[in-house]
Design a protein. Structure first.
Length: 132
């Protein structure tokens, strides 16, 4: 049994999200990272980059109208950071596995980034998200 925090995202009534990935988003990957795997589907797209032992996994998904995310707080540290544009980044640092997992939304899609780099690099990657 794990202790966890629950994050509930409830969208405004009558708000219509894209039913599929209509526009692909990307991040500015630091120099030295190579794309090792890419999956583009109807409801999500995933990219996995490596640089020696460091990795970055970036996921873009279609937003459901109601979403509940459980985040383990027994084996990690959780935080929420809001940037100047009002975007909230839900940050989880897993102490056992030594990685950051950050989730955020641009009110169109849900994004997830998992990396074993620093929190500063991870947040910079998140903030670099833009349409391809």
């Amino acid at each position: 049994h794990y202790d966890n925090d629950e994050i509930r995202v409830i969208c405004e009534e009558n708000y219509a999200f894209p039913a599929t990935i209509e526009e692909e988003y990307t991040i500015e990957v630091p120099e030295g990272f190579e794309l090792k795997d890419e999956t583009v589907g109807e409801f999500s797209q995933k990219k996995y980059y490596e640089n020696n032992e460091d990795y970055i996994k970036f996921v873009q998904e279609v937003l459901p109208t109601t979403m509940i995310m459980g985040i383990d707080n027994e084996h990690g540290i959780n935080d929420i950071i809001t940037d100047g544009d009002g975007i909230k980044y839900v940050i989880h640092f897993d102490e056992e596995e030594d990685y950051y997992l950050i989730m955020w939304s641009n009110d169109i899609y849900l994004f997830t980034l998992r990396t074993n780099t620093s929190q500063e690099i991870a947040l910079d990657l998140c903030k670099s998200t833009k349409a391809k």
